[in-house]
Write a protein that binds this ligand. Structure first.
Ligand code: ADP
Length: 241
């Protein structure tokens, strides 16, 4: 599912957070929105999700205008930094949740749910802890489960907002590899918000550098890294260079 964003504007009071944004995200790509805190990454992600309505402009999913489509109808999956798993449910039930709450007409059979959940738990190599509860898992394991849960409903678009932000450096590195592996496996169009340039460069097919509600540059990690388009980008990437 490709995403086309046209002339998107959003302000909170006098603060312009999305300033006439245009962006094309090709189907199946993993795109990082990269920029300092306050540059508008999360707001853009929330508008793509349907959790926030823009003041002007449009968001299209594969050519279809979804600017005002309800979040429940957009078929998006989420992984947030603090998108807690349900503490009273086993890991298996956490991953199954999105399938169980479907309307009866589209709900898979119990056998199909078991098959799907088992498949996903194997994919994140945590099938051996299916019967445990979230508090018995490490932070890194919990986010792997959060990824599996988001993918269970076969979303058309996967949105990740600083999903590894609360974890320590070593676990973050490990999870980047997990995300990349999962993406290579399922190829779902994914948008990943991060302020960590190293993370964006390592994980994404394409990097979109944001600054004060505008896109400073977009390109492959190599393009952005080798040919920063502005002093801002150069400066922002300075930590890695
Ligand atoms: P980022 O994800 O890059 O840190 P955000 O999209 O979260 O940026 O925020 C961009 C700006 O918009 C910030 O100045 C923030 O304070 C402001 N902002 C975000 N959401 C709201 C809101 N619901 N009400 C008022 N201001 C907001």
């Amino acid at each position: 599912m490709s995403i086309e964003i046209r002339q998107l504007r959003k302000a909170f009071g006098k603060t312009v957070v999305c300033d006439d944004l245009n962006l094309d995200i090709p189907s199946g790509e993993l795109v990082a929105l990269l920029g300092p805190s306050g540059s508008g990454k999360t707001t853009l992600l929330r508008i793509i999700a349907g959790l926030e309505v823009p003041d002007a402009g449009s968001v299209r999913f594969h050519g279809q205008d979804t600017t005002h489509t309800d979040v429940r109808e957009r078929q998006v999956g989420f992984v947030f930094q603090h998108y807690a798993l349900f503490g009273h449910m086993s890991i298996f039930e956490n991953v199954a949740f999105g399938l169980r709450v479907r309307p009866k007409a589209t709900r898979p059979s119990e056998a199909a749910i078991r098959k799907k959940v088992t498949e996903l738990l194997k994919l994140v190599q945590l099938d051996w802890i299916a019967d445990r509860y979230p508090h018995q898992l490490s932070g890194g394991q919990r986010q792997r489960i959060a990824l599996a849960r988001a993918l269970a409903v076969e979303p058309k678009v996967l949105l990740l907002d600083e999903p590894f932000g609360a974890l320590d450096a070593k676990v973050r590195k490990e999870l980047r590899r997990w995300l990349r592996r999962l993406h290579d496996e399922v190829h779902v169009t994914s948008v990943f918000v991060t302020h960590d340039q190293e993370e964006a460069m390592e994980v994404a097919d394409r990097v979109v550098v944001m600054n004060e509600g505008r896109i400073e540059q977009e390109g492959t990690p190599d393009q952005v890294y080798d040919h920063p388009a502005s002093p801002f980008v150069l400066n922002f990437l300075g930590d890695v260079n």
